[in-house]
Design a protein around this ligand. Sequence first.
Ligand code: AMP
Length: 503
Amino acid sequence: MNLPLITRAEKHNEKIAILVPRGCANATTVGAFTYGDLLYASSQIATNLLKNTEDLQEQRVAFLIPPGFEYVATQWGIWRAGGIAVPLCISHPRPELEYVITNSGAAIIVAHPNFEAILRAIATEQNLRFILTSETLPSDIAPLPDVDITRRALILYTSGTTGKPKGVVTTHQNIQAQVTSLTTVWEWTSSDRILHVLPLHHIHGIVNVLTCALWAGAQCHLLSKFDAEIVWNRICDGDLTLFMAVPTIYVKLIAAWEAASSERQKSMSAGCAKMRLMVSGSAALPVQVLEKWQTISGHFLLERYGMTEIGMALSNPLHGQRWSGYVGKPLPEVEVRLVDENGELVSTRTPGEIQVKSPGVFLEYWQNPQATAKAFQDGWFCTGDTAVVENGNYRILGRMSVDIIKTGGYKVSALEIEEVLRSHPDIQECAVVGVADIEWGERVCAALVLQSSQTLTLESFRSWVKERLAVYKVPTQILTLEELPRNAMGKVIKPTVVELFRL
Ligand code: AMP
């Protein structure tokens, strides 16, 4: 039996699935691709991956392809061959790519030619099979295996409070539960057309936008990367019905709207008015941003709350009253509870940690049973976020750990960054914190104690870090201190460090 995502696609054979607009500086093939094209290309890719075996049997396939048709066809090809898809991040420097490839135990790497140099070297060193998306694909399609939905489908890497990022494993069934929940409540139909501007190694872009669109038989218009002017041009075309983004993107779109002529502003706003729904999530949406966006677009953004490990859990309604500053109520089939530090349910109007139980909750952290066990309490996943319920709606109060920073919708670990900074020859000690920022949600900032008589410019510091960490993890501001503020136990007092950046 085929995966339900595939069976559903067969019903939309002639319809456009993926559209890669012209003029968006896209490195992948431009054009319109039907569900039939996607089914055929993914069966060719699956055949190529299988290479005379019957089933990849959950082998991990890491792939690095810019957003576009080849990305989607590869992801589906991996699934159809019985493999686990491990999408790599386009902005990651070599050490981070290497970490994901090694940690996931990938047996195969698929790369777009843009990334050949870096990935072929890793594949050769680790003795992995290497495939370029430009290679000619077989025209004789092999019989593809039956992939049961309980099998592992995807590993996404996400930052935690300890150590390096962990691989979050979801099964086809988990993804299906996440997708059916969203397509139902947000009333996706095959007439929808969504503009995709999010990274494709993160749940928001992969599940909420891409997979929901393809599950519904809708059109997904992919941009290779976010560019405010290009997004506005597409919105002005007036044919989109849905848009989903992180708050930072809305801030950038607002800035571009404000900089436009009044005639263009009218056309931008008219394009927004043609849409039926605009969603924000992955980070707190500041009320000022929501209000400004409402004046520009006429849309009261639908804010929702979710996480790589659980999919989406809480959402404002599609119909009916949405509250600014609130993330709404549990989605269908999602149970949510708030507990205190002893794991006891909190009383009404008392803040507590959000815990979630649902068929969308992930299976495990990849090859890390200890971390998996620690993340659950009596079958409930512990999110590490605190919230309070007011008039039936959840309000997110923040994270329980100061060491998790949310910047531009990305979750990053302060500890992971500190580990890298400590290997800088001029840095003796450091403390990385998130400082509240209207555009980024939080900015990554680093307080540094330098080796005696050393100096460091922000520019040279940043270029050194960029070679080792993804650009969104690179501190945007540094502060040189004689010593870090510490408590009696010698632990760095991070709230005090945050205050120093606010001075
Ligand atoms: P990720 O796994 O990268 O999607 O990050 C999940 C984290 O993003 C959550 O644990 C929250 O801390 C944060 N988050 C997601 N949605 C919201 C929201 N609407 N408001 C505030 N924080 C959010």
